[in-house]
Design a protein around this ligand. Structure first.
Ligand SMILES: [Zn+2]
Length: 358
């Protein structure tokens, strides 16, 4: 097991590494590539496999750039669901290695263009069964091959994300630490506020922290308002770095996850669910993400981002809420020069007076 605190600086680039940056303030990481590229028409909802990495690499690179422009400190290689089981289910297992290597090369390219960190990514395998030891070996092999490619590509750290089973997350963590890289490990908490083992989020995070994770926390599934209370509970029991990357949807107490959201304004969804392609009416506005970022930061969350559903304007809001001015802030709203709502003396009085009739 690697001790914490190694790999402070990325030796090859001379950039400050993840752990050094965390010592100086929060780190922002944009996630949500699956949903954004699905909306843009280049990725299929359902299997949610990032085939776009091979089919339209330029679009993946551009989205990485947009997120960095908006304030992300991290370029996360788009290898979420690019693991052996997913490639097998869509009949493209032969493309597993080329897809991973290409996703890593694209992310590294954008990180090298900017000051951003370059992260590898592994995730829930959907084959892990706690009582079946054979599946433990299977998921370990899946993680080992992906982490191996990330190491060869020169990743600064590895994100292991969206685990409903904390015990599966622990296997992912072991593999990342064996590879000698810092690990960010985040759990997916469904409607019941616990992991699938029945552990509370705070218990699961403490175990992963004790097992050597550099950052632990929650990502995906829950929106800001139903993730925040869990973060408070984790923070109260965890000393280390805490991550929070909610989905940007208006989840609430009765429907705490984006899969459980029901839309009173529409009842003809093909599968009977707003998730995943009918969630538009629930999208948080940028101000809600800023509120979340401030509240989470006050709680002591040091690794912040937004997951499935995130768009660059959400990330810019998170960055600005933390006092940053990313390049995209040049275009942050200034309504003083609006044709009707503006306060600038050059806005014609006859138009300002019409504002209330718009
Ligand atoms: Zn997500």
């Amino acid at each position: 097991m690697q001790s914490k605190g190694r790999h402070i600086v990325n030796q090859t680039e001379g950039k400050a590494g993840l752990l050094e940056r965390l010592e100086h303030g929060p780190v922002i990481c944009a996630e949500g590539y699956l949903f954004e590229l699905e909306r843009r028409g280049y990725l299929q909802a359902g299997a949610f496999v990032p085939e776009v990495v091979l089919e339209h690499p330029e679009l993946v690179a551009q989205l990485h750039r947009e997120f960095v422009h908006a304030g992300s400190d991290v370029v996360e290689a788009f290898t979420y669901y690019a693991h052996r089981e997913k490639l097998r289910i869509i009949g493209r297992e032969d493309d597993l290695e080329p897809l991973n290597r290409q996703a890593l090369a694209i992310a590294k390219g954008v990180a090298d263009e900017t000051d951003a960190l370059f992260a590898g990514d592994i995730c829930n395998t959907n084959v892990f069964v706690p009582e079946d030891e054979a599946t433990h070996r299977q998921v370990r092999e899946m993680f080992e091959e992906q982490v191996g490619w990330a190491v060869e590509a020169g990743a600064d750290f590895v994100i292991a994300e969206t685990f409903s089973w904390a015990t599966e997350a622990a296997i992912a963590l072991e593999v990342v630490k064996e590879a000698g890289l810092p690990a960010v490990v985040t759990l997916a908490i469904h409607q019941r506020p616990e992991t699938r083992e029945g552990w509370t989020p705070e218990e699961a995070c403490k175990r992963l922290d004790a097992a050597g994770a550099d950052v632990v926390g929650l990502n995906c599934i829950r929106g800001p308002s139903t993730m925040l209370p869990l973060l408070g509970r984790i923070r109260a029991e965890l000393d280390g770095h805490l991550a929070a990357l909610p989905v940007p949807y208006r989840t609430h107490e009765e429907e705490p996850t984006f899969q459980s959201l029901s839309d009173p304004g529409y009842d003809a969804f093909p599968e009977g669910l707003a998730f995943p392609t009918g969630l538009d009416p629930f999208v948080c506005n940028r101000y809600e993400l800023a509120d979340f970022a401030r509240a989470a930061s006050e709680l002591g969350v040091t690794y912040l981002g937004v997951c499935c559903g995130a768009a660059p304007h959400h990330i810019r809001s998170v960055a600005e809420a933390l006092g940053r001015t990313p390049p995209a802030s040049r275009y942050s709203a200034d309504m003083s020069k609006h044709a009707f709502l503006g306060t600038d003396p050059q806005v014609k009085k006859e138009y300002r007076e019409f504002a209330k009739e718009l």
